[in-house]
Ligand binder design. Sequence first.
Ligand SMILES: Nc1ncnc2c1ncn2[C@@H]1O[C@H](COP(=O)(O)OP(=O)(O)OP(=O)(O)O)[C@@H](O)[C@H]1O
Length: 313
Amino acid sequence: MTQSFLSSAAVQAQQHLPLSIQGLTVRDRNQVIIEDLWLDLQSGQTTALLGPNGAGKSTLMHALMGLVPLSSGSASILGHDITTSGVQARNHTMLISDSIGLLEDFTALEHFEYGQDMRSAWDQNQALEVAKQFGLPLNQPARRLSKGQRMALRTAFAFGAQPELLLLDEPTNGLDPENRSRFLSLMVDFVATGGTVLIATHVLSEIETIADRLVIMKRGTLLMNAEMEELRQHRNLLHVNFDRELTDAETTRLRNVPGVYRMGTRGRSLTLHVRGEVTLLTQMIEQEFPVQNIHIQPLTLEQVYVETMGGQL
Ligand SMILES: Nc1ncnc2c1ncn2[C@@H]1O[C@H](COP(=O)(O)OP(=O)(O)OP(=O)(O)O)[C@@H](O)[C@H]1O
């Protein structure tokens, strides 16, 4: 009895996640573009979606918006299946991407009027406020807007629609540094009020401080899905200076310490890449080796990314 109650509660919780992706697969003829992808997003979080060109990030977002058919698997947005209840699912979702077309003869204001007709939950003040923040001309047809202004229009439109889930595909493309920073502040405020963001970007510095979760894709599959906090605490570089050069035996001993997965040496200095708890390891090194000083440095997002992709820094 208890068991069945718990499992139905778990199913209900799953159904109301802002986004739940289960085994999503997209094929184009014989080519697999996304393969068996599983991912849950939590409300009030920003998830960074990273991966090399052609990894499948845009295809994933297009699939979630119903622009690309799923070959198998499923996904739901706030409990609405994107295939069988697509309209309800996308009522809560907006995609900001330069792949999303504009009504080229319509001005920003006319786009907003269109939004008012299309969306029952449209918030005109919000659309106008975001447009104002970006300095967007309201009365020029979209075809006469610059690349950055077009992105600002998509952003203002997306916020007018009052989404609960924002899918962002390189959303700061074309924005100048000030508008880039405004865009990121908007994201932070959106998430702080319970919104959920999935952002694909190659600009790691943009998301280093705002992402709660990091997801890395390569060739259509997930390579990593981790909390940023966990990465910060559990992926560190230890820079150690010794009183003298270590012997080969000492170096080998350090290399084999549990948690150390890479090591670089230069004279009396050594850099250890450490996964997991770092305090006990530091104490052990201080006790057993002729240490002058140790400096602990969390891996940057770029270092985590490059390591995950199998590269060297
Ligand atoms: N319209 C399309 N028709 C056929 N294949 C496509 C189409 N769009 C993308 N692809 C293929 O799907 C794969 C994934 O492309 P996608 O654009 O999703 O990658 P991405 O991770 O967003 O890359 P980028 O970082 O360059 O934006 C690539 O192999 C690409 O060639």
